[in-house]
Design a protein around this ligand. Structure first.
Ligand SMILES: Cc1cc2nc3c(=O)[nH]c(=O)nc-3n(C[C@H](O)[C@H](O)[C@H](O)COP(=O)(O)OP(=O)(O)OC[C@H]3O[C@@H](n4cnc5c(N)ncnc54)[C@H](O)[C@@H]3O)c2cc1C
Length: 455
């Protein structure tokens, strides 16, 4: 074997790759692991703090999650919280804000109250905020520009005093730093190494990068939208196509909101509904977004990747059918059109402000600017076999092959440790390694079983 041989190679140094690097290093007896990253540092794409909404999505204010999905998401979200608490990262990587989902108008208020009754068992700190309480804790959602109360019925459902916000770039860096400190293992990271080719010869994977060559017994590709690109090149995941949906933000130069304010979401759309919250990277000023716009490239704010997009889409009649179905739905059609207009200079702010005023009725055009350089790309997966846009994350795990490809649209950053846990189990089984599950559970998994929680 060459010097560049590893037990496991992880492709991609975003929060998913970094979390897996950490779990493999800390909880298994693997001897040599390596992380290969295309750019000069960790988390420069979707896991960067300016690319995403910085939210720990634990299922309480995400109104498109079913109770079952919320239960799963909560478990993985708590892993991030427990990790940060264990290492003392409060107020440096993880922050606490009040949070709520806002129901506006009779139908949404009714829906939010019903949802509260269903979900409160899972979220003991969840509360209902009536108009008077909202005026006290989040006054901007109640008063218009003349200081008058908005006329619609309104309710907030959320909680206070919980960890809600993470700088996912700093989290990624902490995962890697903590792994590099482990002395009894070889834990390497190579930047500026874009993986161009992966091939299995016998039982060993041969990996070519723009700088070097490596071999590994197991490979996990956590390369965002490029995971599917690399999978296709190896003949895996051919039933999937990737639809890159960019998300942009608008930024105010004021602290308008005290905490995270989400809205009731359209369950047909996999993207987080427009929300407003304090940006931990920009002085706590309020950030609104994200928008949703299909872009013909796999990486935001980086040159190229147009060709990669066309290759990864694998355009055929199944894709046409999925698009026709999406455009056939009036809600989705209007949503796509409106979000397209949010990116068109001059009209964008005027239109965006109309939507954002549902959260902050007093908001003026002069209060916000298009946040240049903010935003990322959600690699949404098109399931060609079932002719559907998939709503969440996807993982391709060809049986007995020793390779995994992960595609992670939202809430992929929240579930980084949960996804890594799933992959570590598969890796250890395949390579016959020991996995100290008890230690991982003690450190990262919330202990308290909930009433009605079967697992
Ligand atoms: C607008 C928006 C808002 C979001 N808000 C939230 C939120 O509030 N909460 C949440 O949990 N999630 C959110 N998400 C989702 C979250 O950002 C992603 O799920 C998460 O960052 C994905 O991490 P990753 O490591 O899988 O991918 P990425 O962060 O995209 O990292 C992939 C890495 O792979 C590298 N790479 C790519 N190709 C190669 C190659 N060939 N060789 C080597 N390296 C390669 C890239 O350079 C990159 O570093 C949001 C996403 C968007 C776009």
């Amino acid at each position: 074997m060459t010097q560049n041989h590893y037990d496991v190679i992880i492709v991609g140094g975003g929060v998913s790759g970094a979390a897996l690097f950490y779990e493999l290093g800390r909880y298994t007896n693997v001897k040599k692991i390596c992380l290969l990253e295309k750019y000069e540092s960790l988390a420069t794409l979707n896991s960067s703090g300016s690319a995403n909404s910085q939210t720990i999505h634990c299922g309480d204010i995400e109104t498109n999650y079913t109770l079952e999905k919320a239960r799963k998401v909560k478990k993985t979200a708590k892993m991030v919280e427990k990790y940060c608490l264990q290492h003392g990262y409060e107020n440096s990587i993880m922050f606490s804000h009040q949070k709520m989902a806002l129901g506006v108008g009779y139908e949404e208020v009714d829906y939010m109250k019903k949802r509260f009754r269903e979900f409160k068992e899972l979220y003991p700190k969840m509360e209902v905020y009536d108009r008077a309480k909202l005026a006290e804790i989040e006054p901007a959602v109640i008063y218009d520009e003349n200081g008058r109360e908005r006329p619609e019925e309104i309710v907030g459902v959320g909680s206070q005093g919980e960890y809600t916000t993470v700088d996912f770039k700093k989290l990624s860096v902490s995962f890697v730093d903590n792994t590099l400190r482990i002395e009894e293992k070889i834990t390497d990271i190579f930047f500026n190494n874009q993986v161009t080719h992966i091939q299995k010869l016998g039982s060993v994977y041969h990996i070519e990068t723009t700088m070097s060559q490596f071999t590994a017994d197991f490979v996990v590709v956590n390369a965002g939208a490029h995971s599917l690109y690399l999978a296709h090149r190896m003949g895996h995941g051919l039933d999937y196509g990737c639809l890159p949906v960019a998300g942009s933000f608008y930024l105010s130069t004021k602290k308008i909101l005290n905490g995270k304010v989400y809205m009731v979401q359209n369950p047909k759309l996999p993207f987080a509904a427009l929300h407003g919250d304090p940006d931990i990277l920009v002085n706590g000023y309020t950030r609104f977004g994200p928008t949703a716009l299909v872009l013909p490239k796999l990486e935001r704010f980086k040159p190229g990747t147009y060709l990669d997009f066309f290759k990864t889409l694998r355009f055929d009649m199944n894709i046409v059918k999925i698009f026709m179905d999406l455009l056939g739905d009036a809600d989705i059609r209007n949503y796509i059109l409106r979000n397209f207009m949010f990116e068109v200079p001059y009209v964008n702010k005027k239109l965006f402000i109309r939507d954002a005023r549902k959260i902050v009725p007093s908001l003026q055009e002069s209060d916000i600017t298009y946040a240049k350089g903010f935003g990322g790309v959600r690699p949404q997966i098109l399931d060609k076999k079932n002719r559907k846009l998939m709503l969440g994350e996807a993982s391709i795990q060809p049986e007995g092959e020793g390779i995994i490809f992960n595609m992670t649209p939202s809430p992929g950053a929240t579930s980084c440790l949960g996804n890594a846990y799933r992959d570590v189990k598969l890796i250890c089984e395949y390579l016959n390694l020991e996995f100290d599950v008890e230690r991982l559970k003690a450190e990262l998994v919330e202990e308290t079983p909930l009433q009605g929680d079967r697992t």
